[in-house]
Write a protein that binds this ligand. Structure first.
Ligand SMILES: C[S@@+](CC[C@H](N)C(=O)[O-])C[C@H]1O[C@@H](n2cnc3c(N)ncnc32)[C@H](O)[C@@H]1O
Length: 415
């Protein structure tokens, strides 16, 4: 094992992460969710429909709970968890036994060697892991190698803008020679308590509840190896490793629609998508993580309202999004005011009707079709870019994994 991997493995043995939970069902009932879970965000992973109902899922760097969680919420799937940390895997085994998760297999090892399992996967989940490798691209390529041709990845890596203050404190900790022992943790806590009110880290600390736990203090400030990405760096990293970016898990953090007002809004909207994301990241300054889906090069299925087929999109509200009575759509981060027509469109979203079905419904019967379609395109485009809806986008002649008459995939615990 190389020195970096040894140090990373040692940390996650001493400080298993995330802080172990005792019961998945109870945690989910209290609002816990994994935003990479295909049971929750399936249409972001495979807009064209999942390749099969009994998915093979790899959770690379599964930590203390993620593989067990996905085995719990996707009972038809076979889930494989791989991690360097035996302490973390021991907790996954505890959750496996507690919940009877016989669809879960756990392996101690390096994700760069996952090919040795001789398996391939429909979905590869790796969150908070690849940025801890000395060469993150090496890990990404190893994961790509075991992803099936129509497979997908849901990934999370650190974002550079939201972590600028973290790296300042990490640098101070290194210069002070702080270790990952109780003394080092206490010193970090003392530094956080004495932070200037103008420090770049303040908003990060205010948004990060887990810093109450020593595991998170070590993971954030005393880590031996981490790096972060800007949007352009992230997209380049994917492409140079043979992958295609597909979509953000939460568009509201990348498109200007939800959080940016005129005249800046129109200026940003005039740019190509990738430039919009790069600018919004710099304007918000809050992106401590990037969570997104990726496919093999040439296999991404983009969502858009200037391409044919959007009337066949089947909209679904994103996890945690609710329509309030006063025409406000509340996402996890923002509230969007809707006019009456837009609110009627959102009320008709049930995960079964296509946009075309919705426009055929009595609520829109009196409207000229062309005008109704142009209105619907604008509203759903805004809702998509605000992180409020996602779409199943069956391709002509493609899979019908999301059956027209069926309910959204079963999701134990949340709905
Ligand atoms: C920050 S935790 C994230 C855990 C989990 N993915 C989650 O989101 O809850 C990072 C995990 O990745 C594991 N890890 C880091 N490098 C790894 C590698 N090269 N191979 C396998 N696991 C690794 C660590 O042991 C640790 O459990």
């Amino acid at each position: 094992m190389d020195p970096v991997t040894r140090a990373v493995a040692q940390q996650y043995s001493d400080y298993a992460y995330p802080k172990p939970i005792d019961d998945i069902g109870a945690h989910a009932a209290a609002g816990g969710m994994d935003l990479c879970d295909p049971a929750l965000v399936g249409p972001l992973v495979w807009p064209e429909g999942p390749p099969r109902p009994d998915l093979d899922i790899l959770v690379a760097g599964c930590g203390t709970q993620q593989a067990a969680w996905l085995a719990f919420t996707n009972p038809q799937a076979r889930v494989v968890g791989v991690d360097l940390s035996s302490a973390s895997l021991a907790h996954q085994r505890y959750l496996q036994d507690k919940h009877g998760l016989w669809n879960l297999e756990l392996y101690e090892g390096d994700l760069r060697e996952v090919g040795k399992l001789g398996r391939s996967f429909d979905l590869v989940v790796s969150t908070g892991v690849l940025h801890h490798l000395a060469d993150p691209g090496e890990g990404l390529r190893a994961l790509r190698e075991v992803m099936r041709p129509d497979g997908a990845m849901t990934l999370m890596v650190y974002g550079a803008t939201g972590r600028a203050g973290v790296y300042m404190l990490q640098d101070a900790c290194r210069r002070l020679g702080l270790g990952q022992d109780a003394g080092g943790v206490a010193m970090v806590r003392a530094m956080l308590a004495a932070l200037s009110p103008h420090h770049a880290l303040q908003s990060y600390v205010a948004r990060t509840r887990e810093l109450a736990f020593d595991e998170a203090i070590v993971d954030t400030f005393l880590h031996p190896q981490d790096r972060a990405y800007t949007v352009p760096e992230l997209l380049e990293w994917l492409e140079e490793n043979g992958l295609a970016f597909q979509s953000w898990i939460d568009n509201s953090r990348y498109y200007p629609e939800a959080m940016i007002a005129e005249p800046v809004l129109s200026a940003v909207q005039s740019l190509p998508d990738r430039e919009q994301w790069a600018v919004v990241e710099k304007l918000q300054g809050l992106q401590g993580i990037h969570m997104f889906t990726a496919r093999h090069a040439g296999r991404a299925v983009p969502i858009g309202f200037s391409q044919p087929g959007w009337l066949d999109y089947r909209p679904r509200l994103q996890p945690g999004v609710v329509m309030k009575e006063n025409g406000i759509v509340a996402t996890r981060d923002v509230e969007l005011g809707l006019n009456e027509g837009a609110a009627a469109l959102v009320r008709a979203v049930n995960g079964i009707a296509t946009i075309s079905d919705i426009l055929d419904s009595p609520a829109f019967a009196g409207s000229p079709r062309a005008a109704a379609e142009s209105f619907a395109a604008r509203v759903f485009d805004r809702l998509w870019k605000s992180g409020a809806v996602m779409f199943e986008a069956p391709r002509a002649g493609g899979r019908a994994g999301y059956e027209r008459a069926s309910r959204p995939p079963a999701c134990r615990g949340w709905i």
